[in-house]
Ligand binder design. Structure first.
Ligand SMILES: Cc1cc2nc3c(=O)[nH]c(=O)nc-3n(C[C@H](O)[C@H](O)[C@H](O)COP(=O)(O)OP(=O)(O)OC[C@H]3O[C@@H](n4cnc5c(N)ncnc54)[C@H](O)[C@@H]3O)c2cc1C
Ligand code: FES
Length: 347
């Protein structure tokens, strides 16, 4: 199917495979169509149909509250072309940056699922062909028997990766997370599309780095830290990580975070924020490289970071209320500009 996109600045034409989402076809062709969640919740990928018809993959997508069907608007991340299409996107659309990792679809195999906290499962996917991705990116995953993709951020970083690592927080009645927690999924096949996302870190950034994560939002931060560690980034720049969880029982990755901190003790500061309990005396004894504070992660960030925002790029990820609260602190208290705040809302 041929798709013509008329954006505010110029037009593009690309091919879509049968049943392929319009967004996926465009991104695969190297056109940076607008999106944020890529999974039907945020409405960022809204477009207007001028000619042709689309098949809607998810009639109940929450992002549709921002779409007016009477104006033939639709979500590019959920709809596939049923015929050749002409559509309008009310935004500036540019070609993907030179050297950007172009997303594509493939089939992957789930490996080594293991529970690492009461509500958190870690697993890897094995790729047949090596893939590049940027630190902080995510992919879409769907078990073969499930409708709809879910977005998950990579925890590792590697060029030409043959394995991607993830953590998933259990969501009561959630399709993917209950599937993962419900049985041993070793060896299951999933379809994958990616890599995606612009909350990415590159060592060329040349700025201090602030990471604020709520729960499984730490996933992308681990990838950013892994990349920074490889490049010895913190020999020149400072890093702060704030990891918010409810209680000590909900923590994970503390060994890995301790290793990052010990490598650059003068320049990297990692703080675990406990929202629902006082910091137990055992925390400092068991994890001497890490700091522990009582409070919501955005409150703890605000307390610890006051006066330290010079030349900072901030990364934020986690549940939407946590991300929104952190962004408010970064804009209103830290006075960071929007281009220095990168975020993923785990909606
Ligand atoms: C950029 C990004 C990165 C993320 N990274 C992580 C991460 O690293 N770890 C983590 O735990 N969570 C992450 N999430 C959240 C994750 O994508 C899921 O929303 C969460 O795991 C709950 O999924 P579920 O299937 O258990 O719940 P469900 O409530 O069943 O589904 C949640 C989401 O799946 C999609 N969905 C559900 N039903 C359909 C359908 N019929 N058709 C199409 N789509 C459907 C929708 O996007 C919905 O919001 C991320 C989210 C985003 C947007
Ligand atoms: S990108 Fe399509 S709804 Fe978020």
């Amino acid at each position: 199917m041929r798709i013509q996109v008329n954006a505010r600045n110029r037009g593009y034409e690309f091919e879509a495979r049968p049943d392929e989402r319009v967004l996926h076809a465009g991104l695969r062709a190297g056109i940076a169509l607008p999106y944020e969640c890529a999974t039907g919740t945020c409405g960022t990928c809204k477009a207007t149909l001028v000619g042709g018809t689309v098949a809607d993959g998810w009639a109940g997508a929450p992002g549709k509250k921002l779409v007016k069907p009477e104006r033939r608007e639709f979500l590019m991340c959920q709809c596939a072309a049923s015929a050749d299409l002409t559509l309008e996107v009310d935004k500036f659309v540019h070609a993907a940056e030179a050297g950007a990792c172009t997303p594509d679809s493939c089939s992957v195999v789930l490996r080594a699922p293991r529970q690492i906290a009461p509500d958190v499962m870690a697993f890897s996917v094995q790729l047949e062909q090596p893939r590049d991705f940027d630190a902080g990116q995510f992919v879409l995953l769907a078990p073969l028997a499930m409708t709809g993709y879910r977005a998950y951020s990579m925890c590792n970083f590697e060029r030409g990766a043959r394995r991607l690592d993830f953590v998933v927080k259990r969501k009561p009645d959630g399709g993917f997370s209950e599937w993962l927690f419900g049985a041993n999924r070793e060896g299951e096949r999933l379809s994958m599309f990616g890599p995606l996302g612009s909350a990415t870190f590159d060592p060329m950034l040349a700025k201090n780095v602030l990471c604020i994560a709520g729960g499984s939002g730490i996933a992308g931060m681990m990838s950013i830290l892994a990349r920074a560690w490889r490049e010895r980034y913190f020999e020149r720049w400072r890093g702060w990580v704030f990891f918010g969880v409810r209680t000590m029982r909900d923590t994970f990755f503390l060994d890995e975070l301790s290793s990052f901190q010990r490598e650059f003790p003068e320049r990297v500061q990692i703080t675990v924020a406990l929202s629902d309990e006082d910091v137990p005396a055992s925390a400092a004894r068991d994890w001497p490289a890490l700091g522990f504070e009582r409070g919501l992660v955005h409150e703890v960030t605000e307390r610890v970071m006051t006066g330290k925002y010079h030349d900072v790029r901030a990364y934020v990820a986690g549940p939407p209320p946590c991300v929104d609260a952190a962004i408010r602190v970064l804009l209103l208290k830290a006075k960071l500009t929007t281009n220095n705040i990168r975020y993923d809302k785990y909606s």
